[in-house]
Structure formats: C-alpha cells, structure tokens
Ligand binder design. Structure first.
Ligand code: FES
Length: 652
C-alpha cells in the first residue's frame, strides 16, 4: 500500500490511512483509546497527541518532519488562546501526511490507569459510568415539528452513536433555555447505562463545559462512614472524609442494633434515618472540602456489611438476627440517590455491591474485588479485621468465604485500658527481654517512650490508653518475654522476674505505665484483657483454619490483613499471638482499607461491577455457626499461639 503508515504507542496499533485523515479518525478506526469531548471541533483538547520524529526500528517506520499537516486555524487558535505543551498537537486537527508514530499520553486516554500505591495491588483502569459530550443540536423548524429533546437525542445518536438516551424531568425543566443560551451547542453528561438502565442525561450546560463530574465511593461501617470523592474523568481522589455512624446511639455493635429494631416499634426506621442523615452530613462535608457542587456528584458506590446494607436501604434487619440469616437480596442493587434521600444529584446512580451471604456482606465482596484472590496463582488468605472478621481464602481455582465473630477487642473495646485508634493511644510496643520493661509509641508522635524528648513532646497526660494494634503487640511481646504463658496466664513477680506484675484480685496484671503522680493515667494489662484478646484471636484463627480444612490444605502461601486497622497490625506480632496461620513473615502484608478500595474500583471501572457480581456468585460460603470443626479449632486456638497447631516458620 502506498498510503502512509500510522503507528500508535503505547498500544502498538497500526494501519494505513489516506493523506489528510485526521489522527482522531485514524485512532477511532483502529480502536485506539483517544479521548474527545467536543467530537473533533478543536474545543476540548482532550485529543492531544505527541508525534515522534526519527527512526523507529521497533515499528519499522522512519518519520520525517512534515509527516503531520501544518497547524490549521482551529488548532492555532486553540494554542494561542489556551496553550499547548511543546510537541503536542490536537489529534482532531492534525492530519496524516506521511508515515508517522503517534504517542497517546495517559491524560488523553479515556481508559487511563489509575495507579495504586501498593506494588502487589492491581491498577484501576478508568472506565467511568458517566461521560461528557459536546453536541450541536438542530434548531426547531416550523416545517418539521419536533421537540427539543428529540433533536438533542438525534444529535447524540448522529454525533456520538449514543442510542435511546433518556432524560429525567429535571433535565426537561431546564433544557430549553440552556439550548438557546448555548446557541444550540451544549455539553451533556450522560450516564452510559447499565444492565438495568438505558443511558441517561444527567446534566446539561450551554456551550462547551470545561468542568467535570464526580463520583463517591462509600464504605459504610458500623462505627464510621468513610467516603472518597473522585473525579470521574481522571479517576483522581479529590477528597476523603469520614464521620461517625450516628447509629452508634442505638448500639455499639451490629447485634445490639438488630435487637434494638426487634424490641422497638419503628426502631429500624429510626436507624435508617440516622444513617442516611450521617451520610448527608458526610457528603456536605466532603463537597465543601473539595469545593465542588454536590449536584455534580452523579454516581455513588456503597459497600457495607449485611445489617448496615439493610438498614441503609430501609429494610428491617430482623431476619439477619436469627438462623438461617436470610438476606432480602444478595444481588447487587442499582438505585437512584433520591430513593435513599441522599443530597447529591437527585438522579445520581447508586450501586451497592452484592452481598456474599447473611454474615458476609458487600464489604467482603469489595475486599474480594480489591485483593482479587480469584486471580491469584498463590493460595491467599485475606482477613478483614473488625468486630466481625470477614475471611476469604482462595486462588484461581476457587474462593471460600466466612465470617467470624471476633468481637470488638481488636478495636480496643472491652480492654481495661483500651481505646479507639486516636492520638495518645499506645500503638507500638517492645518489651526488653532482660528488664521486662516496655517501651512504646503513641499515635501522634514518632518518638519511642524511652527517647529523652518523649516526655517533652507527649508527656504523661498525652498517653491515653491502648488501641487495637497496640494491645496485639502488647500481648505478643508479653508472651515472647515469658510474662504470659501459652494458656494465657500472667505470671507472678517471681515467675516473670519483674515487679511490674502485681496481684490484682485473683490474677496478676502487668503495669505498662504509671503516670498518676504527674496527672496521667495508670495503664495496665489485666488477665481479663488477655482473655478478651485470646477469644478474639481464636475466633479469627478458627475461621481461617476452617476455610483451610474446606480447601483441603494445611498452609497458605500468603496472608493479607485488611481493614482500617489491619493496616497497622504488625505481622510478626499477629503471628506470635496466633491470630493468623503460620506463613513466611514477608508473605504477610497489609492492604489498608481494602473494602474502601474495592468501592473505588467499582466506582471508577464500571466493568468491574459485572466482574465482582460473577465472582461473588462463584464464592463458596461457609457458615461457621453450624460447623463442628469451628468449635474444635476455637478451643485449640485460644492458647498463644495455639495448643495443637505447629508454627514451624514462626519458630525458625
Ligand atoms: Fe476536542 Fe480535539 S477532540 S479538541
């Protein structure tokens, strides 16, 4: 062929095109991902490309100056008015004149990669639910009567190949003046539709709209509600914020909230209103932080446990409080913001991830989406540590899931000096093997307590208690230093060799810090605290072990600790305690808030929604409550680290 060769990088796609073909047209014909909002009119600059000159042996092309057309008036006008980075051209204006290699920079790709910070995490490919389109609409004509909406729909079909686009009443109410103000040129935000809904116009602006639209990824937890606000065109997180779940006043944990709804007529409704109110407050806060208009939030994804799921939707969680723990639906839900009284765009699309089972919710589905055990060659154990631990075990072949009632001890509750993770909480501990004295770090300071500057920076009154990760380290350090024995008893001063152990009722306690003389607290670890941690870790371990039985294995290749507090747990201490099965320490990693990340993936990549729905359908659910082996494991697992299971890697 004599027509010039055009090669696109990084995709490597290539083809021959007639002289004079715009690069945007060539890209479209080859299926190269090159963005455009204005449809090639030289207005939006989303189509920027960089031509490369020289020899390209890899592509077999020699590119000479003049391989692209000279700057035309439209492109020159854009450059003069708005500026273009050196070397960049507008792909819709520059045309092919000779063989050429064209680089499409990430910001010109619709499906750009949103990079995640963890090396082992998969990147998110942007595939947003809502896109912006600039269209030129035919003016009304007495001889051919048709409505403005019909002509707008025709324009979207002809200029953008968007068929059957629907519009809600609020769009109809504002459309006529906007069309006229824009002189029949408008930008529309179109939600591209999903399995259950046609594409829909969400917003309309006169002329070219240079802004963006937003989405929310929300992790609705029993204690806190956390949200990320994302730009749907770039995938960037613009603000992250959280509020306490106002349902706490009806009960700290899930079961007490379920009982509140059982004991009080209208109790479930009260809790629904409370959580939605919390949500509205959070959205107001996050929009203010990012300085954006809430009405531009057109998509929202929610993940939560089953009880939260029902209460948020306004469904009485009664059935979740008793066997066989039936959910109203375990399918994913596609709703509208005004169904849930949310204060964002009234017809914003709302997506709730599917639940896995009555005890394993959409939050676990989100963890599965983020950590993708179903795509792993290694056998991976993912534990989302919270009041209810949600546990996944699997690889490419199959994935099993269960939940285990760990209780709130890992969050610092029911521990004598326990507290939530907040400034002043002890979060890191080391016990000296000779003196048996502890040194520690509190949240909010980088200094260890034996640093000479510690008392200046923190001081006795700046130490407030021990948080979840702190208590885990504390108990593990006590075990490693012989202060507590394998069955979980704190020894006497004679047995342990330290006066820090003192008789406290009928058992011994260990003194961590005494700041009483200087107006600070006295922090101790009691034998009851040790018991609470033993129960919690035994529940976690037994759940994991049960899944391993079902899988037919006695070891796993790697362990991922997830959960807002999972990020802070030291893997060594978790293993000394016997929270998780034996595994090489470098194969135990933290995923941070994986449920929140899963929500963000489902928000930014709409294809991931179908993916997780299929994955969840294939996950085998194990109900710990009816498995006799769970009890057996539980009894063995209360010892530290365990009374029967060996920990060969840990011991070596
Ligand atoms: Fe909009 Fe090229 S496509 S400027």
């Amino acid at each position: 062929r004599n027509d010039p060769l055009v090669v696109f990088t990084p995709s490597g796609k290539r083809g021959h095109f007639e002289v004079g073909t715009p690069i945007l047209t060539a890209a479209r014909q080859l299926g190269v991902d090159l963005d455009s909002v204005c449809g090639g009119r030289g207005i939006c600059s989303k189509c920027q490309i960089t031509p490369s000159y020289g020899e390209f042996s890899k592509h077999g092309v020699t590119v000479r100056e003049g391989a692209l057309s000279e700057w035309n008036k439209v492109e020159q006008r854009y450059k003069d008015k708005r500026g273009l980075i050196d070397g960049r051209r507008l792909g819709c204006q520059a045309t092919v004149q000779g063989d050429v290699v064209i680089d499409v920079p990430p910001e010109s790709q619709v499906h750009k990669q949103v990079v995640r910070k963890r090396a082992e995490a998969r990147d998110i490919i942007l595939d947003p639910s809502t896109k912006l389109y600039y269209v030129e609409v035919a003016e009304p004509d007495m001889h051919d009567p048709s409505g403005d909406l019909e002509r707008l729909r025709d324009a979207l079909r002809d200029q953008w190949e968007l068929e059957n686009v629907a519009a809600d009443l609020h769009i109809l109410q504002s459309m006529q003046p906007i069309l006229r103000k824009g002189d029949w040129k408008v930008t529309v935000a179109v939600h591209l539709g999903d399995a259950e809904n046609p594409p829909r116009i969400m917003n309309i602006w006169p002329g070219y709209y240079d802004g963006t639209v937003y989405g929310l990824a929300v992790d609705l937890g029993s204690t806190t509600i956390a949200a990320h606000l994302c730009d749907l065109q770039t995938g960037e997180v613009l603000a992250s914020s959280g509020v306490m779940n106002p349902q706490i006043r009806f009960g700290e944990d899930l079961m007490s909230r379920v009982s509140y709804s059982m004991m009080n007529a209208g109790g479930a409704d009260e809790m629904t209103e409370a959580v939605r109110e919390g949500m509205r407050a959070l959205f107001t806060q996050i929009a203010a932080e990012a300085q954006i208009d809430k009405a531009l939030i057109v998509d929202a994804v929610f993940v939560c446990n089953p009880v939260m799921h029902h209460l948020f939707l306004g469904i009485d969680p009664f059935e979740l409080g008793q066997a066989p723990f039936a959910l109203t639906t375990n399918n994913a839900l596609r709703l509208r913001a005004d169904d849930l009284d949310l204060n964002i765009h009234p017809s914003a699309r709302v997506y709730l991830l599917p639940c896995i089972a009555g005890h394993v919710g959409a939050d676990a589905a989100a963890v599965a989406l983020s950590e993708a055990p179903d795509k792993s060659d290694d056998l991976v154990l993912v534990v989302d540590v919270g009041t209810n631990a949600e546990i996944l075990l699997g690889n490419k072949e199959k994935v099993l899931a269960c939940s285990s009632p760990t209780g709130p001890a890992f969050e610092g509750a029911q521990i004598s000096s326990g507290q939530r993770a907040a400034p002043g909480a002890i979060e890191r501990v080391e016990i000296n093997p000779i003196t048996k004295d502890p040194r520690f770090k509190v949240i909010g300071s980088d200094l260890w307590s034996d640093d000479p500057d510690f008392s200046k920076e923190v001081g006795p009154s700046g130490i407030t208690g021990i948080c979840g990760s702190g208590i885990i380290e504390m108990v593990a350090e006590m075990r490693m230093n012989g202060i507590v024995d394998a069955p979980g008893l704190i020894g006497s001063p004679e047995q342990t060799g330290t006066e820090r152990c003192f008789l406290d009722g009928r058992t011994y306690s260990y003194l961590v810090f005494d700041g009483k003389a200087e107006g600070g607290p006295r922090i101790t670890v009691t034998n009851r605290d040790i018991r609470e941690i033993q129960m919690a870790k035994a529940a976690l371990y037994s759940g994991a072990r049960l899944l391993m039985d079902k899988f037919g294995v006695d070891k796993v290749d790697r362990v991922v600790l997830a959960g807002a507090f999972g990020a802070h747990i030291s893997s060594k201490h978790a293993m000394v305690l016997g929270m998780i099965p034996d595994a090489p320490l470098d194969k135990v990693t933290s995923a941070g808030n994986a449920a929140g990340t899963g929500a963000r993936i489902a928000l930014l990549n709409t294809a991931a929604r179908a993916e997780i729905e299929a994955t969840v359908g294939a996950i085998h659910k194990i109900e710990t409550a009816i498995e006799p082996r769970f009890q057996e494991h539980f009894v063995n697992a209360s010892a530290i680290p365990n009374s029967v299971e060996p920990f060969p890697i840990l011991n070596s």
